[in-house]
Ligand binder design. Structure first.
Ligand code: SF4
Ligand code: SF4
Length: 152
């Protein structure tokens, strides 16, 4: 059964998608008039107090904050543009028996993984109807010990 998409805040999409975001004008110490270039949306970003000194960042998006431990955060999360709010990097995630994520499906049926055993099991079911393929591939993966999460 599909569940709502769950973003893990890894920040990977912000490095690429974030390049479409530019600051047009600084309005106050924490407010910036910006444009998101893919949809041409104009938005006003409000930066959180804790990240004020780190904007503009050079990490891809001017609001992407990457800590020394590699954790990512959006400095204007509550006011981020629509592209960011609606972006889904995966239609499915696959989990190893210990619960760690070991692969995900980007696009319709392209598996991205470093797990050779999982890759060997993968079958994009070319030409197979969507619901039937989902059911079949989930059965194959679960039988092999993987966990599966599908997104709406
Ligand atoms: S949408 Fe995906 S790539 Fe982007 S931050 Fe969330 S989990 Fe990471
Ligand atoms: S505005 Fe925030 S969510 Fe959007 S790309 Fe930049 S850092 Fe990521």
């Amino acid at each position: 059964m599909a569940v709502p998409f769950r973003c893990t805040d890894c920040g990977r999409c912000c490095v690429s998608l974030g390049r479409s975001i530019s600051i047009e004008r600084r309005v106050t110490g924490r407010h910036y008039d910006c444009r998101e270039g893919v949809t041409n949306e104009a938005f006003r970003a409000e930066v959180s107090e804790e990240h004020r000194a780190a904007v503009p960042s050079s990490a891809g998006c001017p609001f992407l904050i990457v800590s020394s431990t590699g954790i990512s955060a959006c400095a204007c999360y509550a006011t981020r543009p629509r592209l960011c709010r609606e972006y889904r990097c995966a239609s499915m995630r696959v989990f190893a028996p210990d619960g760690t994520e070991c692969g995900h499906v980007g696009g319709r049926r392209s598996l991205l993984t470093d797990d050779a055993a999982l890759e060997a099991l993968w079958d994009p079911g070319d030409g197979e109807e969507g619901a039937a393929w989902r059911e079949r591939i989930e059965e194959v993966l679960v039988r092999a010990g993987y966990g599966v999460e599908w997104y709406d």
